[in-house]
Design a protein around this ligand. Structure first.
Ligand SMILES: O=C(O)CCC(=O)C(=O)O
Ligand SMILES: [Fe+2]
Length: 366
């Protein structure tokens, strides 16, 4: 089990501005190492994404997006898209058998599709986004595309810092990515409505599946909670001007547990206004097989992992199948499980393998 010294009662706040001096950089890397090994979550302040873009999204576009007429939202519904990009209505996801109370739009970063006839199905996983009609929400697409581009660039810089913090050198994780034009990452704009009584599960306890998540809490509501090493739920309230960054299961797997994927959940907002958030999932190459990757950690990093100890069972749903399969296939399985209504149309064979008796009701968040 874990040691008490490595447990946490709050999520650390790291200052990106420290990177501008050599001494500051050293401090940042040490703090990042601690956050990765013991917490799996951190806030990043003074980051590189332009404040004007974040502000425009938070204070103008996001509420407007959800206020579009239902038919305008349904016009870009996810089942239209073999790339699992588009709009999902409230109540279409389940986590731990309970409905997640959230409504969402998935948008991808710009991407050059590699799929050709005869290629594996998972090459089709990435492709163009569906956007709402420009005249209904003028300028939204341009702003969101700028946002995705800037968060993507931050994601790449951050993954170089992760590599450094784990003693792998700044280029130590570069080979997990294809060239940038071939990569696609996914941003999601989420609304958690106010729930009166009953099920207040915004999203149930889960791990993120991928490498790295950069989350913008886009309204002042509390609700995000993170599970510490002894299983207590710790609040991660919004801090203006920050991203919450966390590690997913793929990264935990490839670091053989040196870095932690941490269980988290969102409770529905109290009061009379909805909570909004924008998680961004930084992907890795579709073709890489994580099981083949052996990272060479220096002994002092391995000692820190051993000092932390292993993490006991959490409340989270567990998955996944990183063994043997290329990352794109693992990713596709996750998308099929969380959006069976989309999968049944575009990936019927895989759908039948995963749901041999057909599918009834909601899916599991992934
Ligand atoms: O909305 C949030 O604050 C977190 C959402 C989340 O954990 C997810 O979508 O994976
Ligand atoms: Fe998550």
């Amino acid at each position: 089990m874990h040691t008490d010294a490595s447990n946490f009662s709050s999520v650390p706040v790291l200052d990106y501005a420290l990177l501008s001096s050599a001494a500051g950089r050293n401090t940042f890397i040490i703090q990042l190492r601690h956050a990765l090994i013991n917490v799996g979550f951190l806030y990043l302040k003074n980051h590189s994404v332009r404040h004007e873009i974040v502000d425009k999204l938070m204070n103008y576009y996001i509420p407007k997006l959800f206020d579009l007429p239902q038919e305008a939202k349904d016009k870009i519904k996810m089942p239209n898209s073999e790339h699992f990009l588009g709009y999902s209505r409230l109540g279409t996801e389940l986590t731990k058998g309970q409905v997640d109370q959230r409504e969402q739009f998935d948008f991808g970063t710009k991407h050059k599709c590699r799929w050709q006839k005869g290629d594996p199905d998972y090459y089709r996983l990435w492709g163009p986004s569906q956007w709402p009609d420009e005249e209904l929400i003028p300028g939204f697409r341009e702003t969101m595309e700028m946002y995705l581009e800037e968060v993507e660039q931050l994601g790449y810089k951050f993954s170089s810092l992760l590599a450094e913090a784990l003693g792998l050198g700044p280029k130590g994780l570069e080979h997990f990515y294809d060239t940038q034009d071939m990569m696609q990452h996914r941003g999601k704009i989420v609304k958690y409505p106010v729930i009166t009584g009953g099920n207040d599960q915004g999203v149930g306890p889960h791990y993120d599946a991928g490498f790295l998540t950069l989350l913008l809490q886009a309204s002042p509501h509390r609700g995000l909670q993170v599970q510490n090493l002894s299983g207590e739920w710790i609040d991660a309230p919004p801090i203006p001007g920050t991203f919450v960054i966390n590690i997913g299961k793929a990264f935990e797997f490839v670091t053989r547990g040196v870095a932690r994927a941490t269980s988290h959940r969102v409770l529905s907002p109290k009061g009379d206004t909805p909570r909004y958030s924008v998680p961004f999932f930084q992907n890795i190459s579709l073709t890489i097989k994580l099981v083949d990757e052996v990272l060479d950690f220096p002994p002092e990093i391995l000692q820190l992992r051993d000092k932390r100890g292993t993490v006991g069972a959490t409340d989270s749903v567990n998955f996944t199948e990183f063994d043997r399969e290329p990352s794109g296939h693992v990713n596709l399985i996750g998308r099929v499980k969380s959006h069976p209504d989309t999968a049944v149309t575009h990936y019927p064979e895989l759908f039948n393998n995963i749901f041999p008796n057909g599918h009834s009701g909601g899916a599991s968040a992934y």
